[in-house]
Structure formats: C-alpha cells, structure tokens
Design a protein around this ligand. Structure first.
Ligand code: SF4
Length: 648
C-alpha cells in the first residue's frame, strides 16, 4: 500500500453482491473497485438497476435478508474491514462514522413521531462518549490535514499526463507535501496524547459532577420542600401583615386629620367668641349705664342682636368648613383603603410569581447539574436536543425549536430533505452517502440541496458519495465519477475527463441525453436506445452490447478489461481502444495486448432453473425463439406466392 492509498477514507475492492430469488441467484454488483478520499465528492452514476443503491447498501452492510456479499469482496473504512464485521461493531460505525441520506425523505422518516424525537433518537442510539467530544479538535485537525494532502495528491495525479515543462513549473506548488506529511504524523501523535488526556479529564469531570450533583440535589430538594410546604401560609401572613400595618397607619393619619380639623374649628370658634365678646361688652356696659332714654337703649339692644347674628353666621360658616374637612378626611381614608386593597392583591400576585420563579430556577439548576453529571457518561436527551437544533440551523431550517415539535407531514419536500441531511450529520460522520438525494424534489429545491451538501462537505471536510442517475448533479458538485452499468463500473475518472473526453459508449450516450445542451430549435433529445439489460440473461460479452451502436464482434464474445486512458481516467470499451489506435494515442502492441485481455462473463446471473421447472423453461425458450424467428422473417408478397406456384 503506497502513501496515497493510506489516505483513502474508503476502499472498495472487488465488491460482489448477489440476491437469492425464486429463479436462482442474481448478481447486482459484479466485482467493482473504487476509493473515496477525505474532502472529496465521488459520484456514482447510472440507470435504474445498474447496482448503485446496492453498492451503497453493501458499504453500509444493510442488505435485505436475501442479499449477500460474496467471498473475496472487501470494504475497508478507515483501515477497518467492514465485510464480515460483527453487527455490534458495525452499529458503532453505521450512522456514526458513515451516514446515509435516503432517496425519499417522506418514506425514510417515521410519520408518527416528531422530527425532534427522531433526531434525538439517532444521537441516543449512537452515543458519543465524553472522550469522543473531548478529542474532537484533534480529530478534526488530523482530518483537515489529511484532506489537504489528498487534494494535493489528486492535483498531482491530474498533472501526471501533462506537458513536462508545465509539470516542472507546477512542481513548485507541491513543495508543501513534505511538511503536510510531517504535520499529519504529528497530528496522529497529538491524537494519541489527546485520547489519554481525555480519558483522565472525563474521569475527573465525572467525579466532580457526581459530588456536585448530589450536594446540589440535597440542598435544592430541602429548599423546595420548604418552599412548597410553608410557602402559601408564609405568603398570606406576610401580605396580611403588610396590609394591617398600612391600614393602621391610615387610620392614624385620618384620626390626626380629623383632630387637626377639630382643633382648627375650636380655635376659630374661640377666636370668634372672643372677638364677639370684646365687641359686645362695651355695648352691654353702655346699656346698663345709659338706663335712659328708651330710644337709645332700644338702639343699643338692636346693635347687640345684630352683632350676635353676625357672629353666629361666622361660627356657622366655620362649622360648615369643619364638617366639610371631616367629610374630606373620611373620603381620603376610604380611597386610601381601596388603594391598599389593590396594592395588597398585586403584592400577593408578585410574591406568588417570585416564588414560582424561584422554584422553577431551582428546578432548572438541579436539571443542569443533573445533565452535567449525565453528560460525563455520554449523550443525554437534553444534549441530543441541543445538537439536533444546531444541526437544523446548519442546514438552514428556520425556527428549529418549533420545527422539532412537528411531524414529517408538516414539512415540504425540500425542508424534509434538509432534515434528513441534518439527521445524517448529527454524529459528525467521516463519510456521507447520499442515495439520489434530489430525486423527489423539484428543480429549484434540487439546486439548493446540492449546494447545501457541497457547503457542508467543505465545512466538515468529510468524504461524500452521491448516487444519482442525473449527470447534471454530478457536474454540479462531484470531483470524481464512476459510471455503472449492469453491476460493473464501465468508466471512471475526474469530472472534467468524463464530461470532456468520454470513452465508453454508455457514458457518451448518457451525456448526449442530458437535456438543454444544445438550444437549437427543433432539436430532439438523444435517448439511449433499448432497455436496460435483463440481469437474468446477461450476454457473455459487453453488457451494453445489445444497445451499443458501435458494437463489434469481439464485444459479443468478451467483456472488455479496464484500460488506463490517463492517470485520472479509466474505461472498459473495445471501441475506445480502436479509436485511440487510429489516432495514434495507443500503440499497436498495446492495442493487441488490450484486446486479448477481455474476459467472458460467467452465468451466475442467468436463470438457473431447478429440476421440475426445467421442462417449462425449455418450452418457453423454444416458444420465444420461434416467435422471434417469425417476427424477423420477411413477409411473403403476392408476387412471391405466384412465383412459388409457377415453380411448382
Ligand atoms: S465494448 Fe463494444 S459494445 Fe461495449 S460499449 Fe464498447 S463498443 Fe459498445
């Protein structure tokens, strides 16, 4: 294994997957090999039934019970062989390190559970320990550096067939490779140290959290008990005490007001009486002294009566003022009492709210402590919820907290696919497999989702496999492409090589059938003629032969071996070799050697009728052949009939 291979995230080697069916065995994937690197997007493209999704299921090891990965197949992920791995071990990788986005989000999600519940479930099922969380920075650093090296190596590979002068010039930009390799080695050492430190840290955190939680639990439970039991009585007592004090103060105040008014009135009365006495005294003295004449005495008497009247009016006015003041004081008292009652109610309410808040805060504190304690062991529902919300924000779902409480049917197709992506990213996977992620969506949403996958891939630096039948999707986001037909990879290479220099006839057909390439009015689309090959009756030569316009005799006899077109481009097609030898790109010796390399496809995919069905099988085959013969025979014209008669 060279250094470049060491960097591969996933290496699939000679993968063969078959399914048992009533008629025998069908091989859906027939020995494919490819690799995926960190930070790269690989597109697997082909028609329905070409084996793309079965490849993804084989990598994930989620085949249906009738499916089986054949002996000799190998799927190595991060240096670990997945084929034959125990289910318990696989569960740690599946969904955690390798995540998958399925074709139709509506059927992939459970309709009776909320989105939040399903997302939290993923986290809880693939519990990440505290150690995993602590070593995340070191892991990410290593992943980033490995991705940078992969990109550098890929760029160098692209230049392998370039002009030597240009190559020499470009060599300067690869000088960083040595430093990068040294940095990766250092990252690995750091990661090892980080794991040891994280273990110690996790143990320490667990002990501290345990003690703190138990202390807090006791303290808060005691406080809560007090608050819940004595709270109501205490609250009423406190409010009543306040109210009583206020009322007493008011009463006193009113009393003072009234006393003050009475004093003022008494003072005024005394003053007036004094004034009256002083005014009336000389008049009385004069009456006593005068004695005569009668008229003068009468006049003095009248003066005294008038004076009495005048002062009684003044005193009456004072009395009215006094009474008015007393009334006012009563009113003020009543109003103050009313205000006090309102204040009392508000105060009671405020006290109740304060107590409620205090109790709630105590509960939250307790819960937080509990969560910290639980988090020291791994993921909790609380932390899972937080992570789910973060992921929904990352994929552009608005109001994530509200959305978490909704069911799948409340989402649009695009939003649901975003949720699926968020769900796949929950455990921070190293490899993301997206199986036709945009098939169920309309064109505008398709573009958004593809852009989103590309963005996230750049941000997180993971490897991505996009499975699609749409070459437009491949052109938009992929770095490399594998073209599959009838369970085999017929062509592979970088996106530029495949689109601008396709070699296999099937790839050429796929590219020609992309709509919108030539906007000439009246131009018809160029579909690939014929139907996908019957997997039960594969030809022994090239599987695409029955549909290929360039099919030669050799194509029907042998399956073409893979040929290196350039350092980043491989194809399995006899015609491409013929074309290259004509243009001088391939020497005659190499051409002859290649043409002899082909192999004959075995009959595993053919029907293997069991005893008892053999008769029926032979009968149907003969019937089919005779029907085909009758169809292909030229129809006899009246002239032919006459000629026949004459001949007789
Ligand atoms: S090998 Fe032959 S049949 Fe197959 S694609 Fe090439 S030319 Fe066509």
């Amino acid at each position: 294994m060279d250094m470049a291979e060491e960097q591969h995230l996933l290496v699939v080697n000679d993968l063969k997957t078959s399914f048992r069916v009533p008629a025998g065995e069908v091989r859906s994937v027939a020995g494919i090999s490819f690799s995926v690197d960190k930070g790269r997007i690989l597109g697997i493209v082909g028609e329905s039934g070409s084996g793309k999704s079965v490849t993804a299921s084989s990598i994930m090891q989620i085949l249906v019970s009738s499916g089986k990965i054949k002996e000799g197949s190998s799927v190595v992920f991060e240096g670990e062989e997945l084929v034959g791995m125990k289910e318990k071990e696989l569960r740690k990788i599946r969904g955690d390190k390798i995540a998958m986005i399925f074709q139709d989000p509506m059927t992939a999600l459970n309709p009776v559970f909320t989105i939040g519940h399903q997302m939290e479930e993923v986290m809880l099922l693939h519990k990440r320990t505290r150690i995993d969380v602590l070593i995340d920075p070191q892991k990410r650093q290593l992943r980033d550096d490995e991705t940078a090296l992969t990109r550098l190596l890929a760029a160098r590979k692209d230049l392998e067939d370039a002009d030597p002068a240009f190559k020499e010039k470009a060599e300067g930009s690869f000088k960083g490779e040595k430093d990068l390799r040294a940095k990766i080695a250092q990252d690995k050492v750091d990661l090892e140290i980080g794991i040891k430190e994280a273990k110690a840290q996790a143990e320490y955190e667990r002990t501290v959290a345990h003690d703190k939680y138990h202390y807090e639990f006791k303290r808060l439970s005691f406080a809560l008990k007090n608050a819940l039991r004595g709270g109501v009585v205490e609250r009423r007592q406190e409010a009543s005490r306040y109210s009583n004090e206020k009322q007493a103060a008011l009463r006193l105040e009113t009393k003072h007001l009234k006393e003050k008014a009475a004093l003022i009135f008494a003072d005024a009365k005394r003053l007036h009486v004094q004034e009256w006495a002083e005014a009336i005294r000389p008049l009385r003295t004069e009456i006593v002294l005068v004695g005569t004449p009668l008229a003068r005495r009468q006049a003095l008497k009248e003066q005294i009566v008038a004076l009495n009247k005048q002062y009684s009016v003044i005193v009456k006015a004072d009395q009215a003022v006094y009474e008015k003041t007393m009334k006012e004081a009563g009113k003020i008292y009543a109003k103050a009492l009313q205000d006090l009652r309102v204040e009392h109610k508000a105060r009671l309410k405020q006290m109740r709210t304060h107590r409620k808040v205090a109790i709630r805060t105590a509960f939250v504190d307790l819960k937080d402590n509990y969560e910290t304690y639980r988090a020291s062991f791994g993921v909790t529902r609380y932390s899972a919820k937080k992570r789910a919300i973060d992921m929904l924000i990352l994929v552009g779902v608005n109001e994530p907290e509200k959305r978490m409480k909704q069911y799948p049917f409340e989402f649009s197709g695009g939003m649901l696919q975003r949720v699926m992506i968020a769900m796949a990213l929950l455990c921070d996977p190293d490899l993301l497999i997206a199986d036709e992620p945009t098939t169920a969506l309309d064109v505008t949403i398709q573009a958004q989702i593809l852009e989103l996958i590309k963005d996230i891939q750049k941000k997180l630096g993971m490897g991505v496999i996009i499975i699609t039948h749409d070459l437009g999707v491949v052109a938009q986001i992929c770095d490399e492409v594998e073209v599959m037909y009838a369970g085999r990879i017929v062509e592979r290479g970088t996106v530029d090589e495949i689109f601008y220099n396709p070699k296999h006839e099937y790839t050429k057909g796929l590219i020609a059938s992309i709509p919108g390439q030539d906007a000439t009015k009246g131009r018809k689309l160029h579909p690939i003629e014929g139907n996908p090959v019957d997997v039960f009756a594969l030809p022994k030569g090239c599987s695409f032969g029955p549909r290929c316009e360039k099919c030669m005799k050799i194509c029907l006899e042998r399956y073409p071996a893979e040929r290196k077109i350039s350092a980043v481009h491989y194809s399995s097609c006899f015609n491409s070799a013929v074309e290259d030898v004509k243009t001088g790109k391939l020497s005659k010796e190499d051409f002859m050697a290649y043409m002899n390399q082909g192999f004959v496809i075995d009959s595993v995919n053919g029907r293997q009728p069991k005893e008892g069905r053999l008769k029926q099988f032979v009968k149907w085959t003969l019937l089919k052949l005779s029907f085909q013969k009758a169809q292909s025979a030229p129809k006899a014209t009246p002239e032919d009939k006459n000629n026949g008669k004459e001949a007789k």
